[in-house]
Write a protein that binds this ligand. Sequence first.
Ligand SMILES: [Zn+2]
Length: 173
Amino acid sequence: MIKFLTDAMLGKLTVLLRIFGYNTVYANDLYELDVSHLENFPIHLPNPIPDDILFQYANLTERIILTKDLPFYRRSKDQSFFLEGKGVYNYLRQLKEKFELKYEFEMEKALCSNCNSPIKKVSNKESIKNKLKNSTYAHYDTFFQCTNPECQKIFWNGPHIKDIKEKLNKYID
Ligand SMILES: [Zn+2]
């Protein structure tokens, strides 16, 4: 499946792509990622990351760079896609047209919006009771949790998901 590297300023788009299951690394987070498995790549990355390192990372991990920075795009046309205008649903529409992305939401296939790791169903909701608001705990039965031990963010099919679906219907056919 297609993978992305999102340039700075594209935080909202990063979150939505992950929710739809697209593996997306946010350039702003790259300096904290474990990149020790990549050959010929610096282990300790500076913050902010120089453009050349971003190109190299995208290449090594076979990611398409999404950017709103025209000079940056011009330097990396082969491996990047320039997003026009503004608005995250506008960007999603452009990506759908270009890469035939599908925005079908399934909790089982979503990635953690916070860290891009797989999420998995919580088998016993009592185990996460102390991490949720009482009203959320009472109102929902199915929860998912990020498998990254340093993140462990919890997800459920709440009103934020309904809002995303409504906006998709409105702005993208
Ligand atoms: Zn996470």
